[in-house]
Design a protein. Sequence first.
Lengths: 256, 256
Amino acid sequence: METLMFFLLFVMSNMVLSTKLSNDHLSRHSGGGQLVELSSSYCLSWRLATETNNLHGWRTVPIQCLRHVEAYMIRGQYDSDVKLIVDEIRNYIDQLVLSDDGMDAWILDVDETCLSNLYYYEGKRFGGDPYDPHAFKEWALIGICPAIPSILGLFRKLVETGFKVFLISGRDETAFGQVTVQNLHLQGFFGFQRLILRSEAYKGQSGVVYKSEIRRKLMEEGYRIWGNVGDQWSDLHGEFVGNRTFKLPNPMYYVP
Amino acid sequence: METLMFFLLFVMSNMVLSTKLSNDHLSRHSGGGQLVELSSSYCLSWRLATETNNLHGWRTVPIQCLRHVEAYMIRGQYDSDVKLIVDEIRNYIDQLVLSDDGMDAWILDVDETCLSNLYYYEGKRFGGDPYDPHAFKEWALIGICPAIPSILGLFRKLVETGFKVFLISGRDETAFGQVTVQNLHLQGFFGFQRLILRSEAYKGQSGVVYKSEIRRKLMEEGYRIWGNVGDQWSDLHGEFVGNRTFKLPNPMYYVP
């Protein structure tokens, strides 16, 4: 039974993966006008302001920007933005010389970094609806979040280069521990050093506090954090953030 | 003679100011195609990557993005982006309760924050040419950099609200001290607590180190830094950055 379930998940997941975050997917929702949607002056400004951390604590995408954010996410600009950042990370990695002690570390966030919840957020108007923990739990427990392709490529390069890759997620450990490992494996993320999820001790803490504490422990273990990639500023702020941080785009939700 | 000079500068400056950072100014350079220029996928990604501090130490705008950056700067999107950030800053200020001790402080950068060098950078292909200290000095010594209108409005609100506003600039104190004060006054920046420029002691230091040191001294004087606004991440990173930082856009140059 479990094997069948796993097989079904695998097939579904690859179906999902094969449609990818492509330019023409979901076009039924948009009906043309891409340039106009994407060039809305206010929405460009709103998106830049959130990506640069000028806006804090917003709960939903402004109503007048729902179609802008949808077009941004599914029509190629998001993919282009992620790709350019990954190219820059690869340039940075190529300049580093790792030591032999096995303590060169790299940190990746999970949701909207390794794995995409775009299909879930499609049902939540791409951030137009407020956070719905119950519905998100249902979605995440299926375990079929597709990989973000260029980040999966980066992950493989990191592992091959010799980095110890730590995946640090704000997901609750008890609820999501097992399914997250399965989801990551299903999507090709093999060889990470550790997947760290939010245990009881960190419940209710902000992302900045929780992730700083996790990084502090890694530092105390002797790891050198060369890079840190996340879609939220709370992944990248606080203490021991790493030698370089890289902010991936995410105009759909904000985690403090 | 000095009075005449000052008068001429004042007239010139207002001529410059009156043309403002308007949508149709400089249109002779562009010849239409705004949407296409502004929607270049690579250039949008490049600009987002630099605004989010994913790209470090770049010296010139990529050649394929010269017209994109020009269009961004002069056709209204830059103005829109600044305005949305200033609206957010005003919201933030309205929630603060200042104390009576006169130690509530705010920090503003000068170039591309209070004052615009857009007319200078027009002659440098909006960042397509590398930094030219000699030419920039010639330009800055004229002292007619126009105010960025929405920041001037913010500045006035800060002063009226009771903040002690510190203008901290990487400009060399010896060369630019006098002209910068005059330029700021000419543009309507009256009532700041101090204009701090780079003295001999800080020569050659990065912006992050120099500005952190200046802010440390303000903290030691007892000031509480509520906000810090700049167009460079080096204005906003380092130590004692303030309770909130706000990154203004600047795709034309990068200061480490």
